[in-house]
Write a protein that binds this ligand. Sequence first.
Ligand SMILES: Cc1cc2nc3c(=O)[nH]c(=O)nc-3n(C[C@H](O)[C@H](O)[C@H](O)COP(=O)(O)O)c2cc1C
Length: 182
Amino acid sequence: MDALELLLGRRSVGKLSAPAPEGKVLENIIRAGLRAPDHGGLTPWRFVIAQGSGLNKLATILSQAAIANQSEEAVVEKMRHAPFRAPMVITVIAKVTEHPKVPAIEQHISAGCAVQAMQMAAVAQGFQGFWRSGNIMFDANVHQAFGLSGEDQIVGFLYLGTPNFEPMKALERKLGDFVEYL
Ligand SMILES: Cc1cc2nc3c(=O)[nH]c(=O)nc-3n(C[C@H](O)[C@H](O)[C@H](O)COP(=O)(O)O)c2cc1C
């Protein structure tokens, strides 16, 4: 796939089925994440891959956190089912190193770039993805379950799999609405 075509046309697909990316394809997706811009060479990225029984573990982490927060039953139920919307969910974590010139936000942004690169790499290889978040990303119990500390942050849950339908066309946007010159 042409790189510009990918960059200009990418859409998210929420309905994803098996198979999930595996082998070299999955390795390429992770390697694309590892090419995210990285101020100071701090490599602030961790990728926790859940598939099969891992999806059950993720569902338990999320729903237990919702229960600990005394969330409504509907929210707990949502968390129990959320990870099963795709055959693979990669939790992308910004693992922050204290650095005099590279504040935590830059490391969070870098991890966000990794998510985008990974989604692109999935699409480039015939798979699809959806970047999801929610308050649960900032939850202390969820952070503990993933071994986060300090300013570490989950920046996304990247759902990956085989698209159930053709992605929609990219939205037309007027450049003038977004761009100005100094
Ligand atoms: C940090 C981040 C978190 C997101 N979290 C969600 C989410 O929890 N639920 C959701 O429907 N979309 C979420 N999105 C947006 C979707 O991933 C997607 O980009 C959006 O639906 C627009 O579709 P498109 O990518 O095809 O343009 C998130 C995007 C970002 C950058």
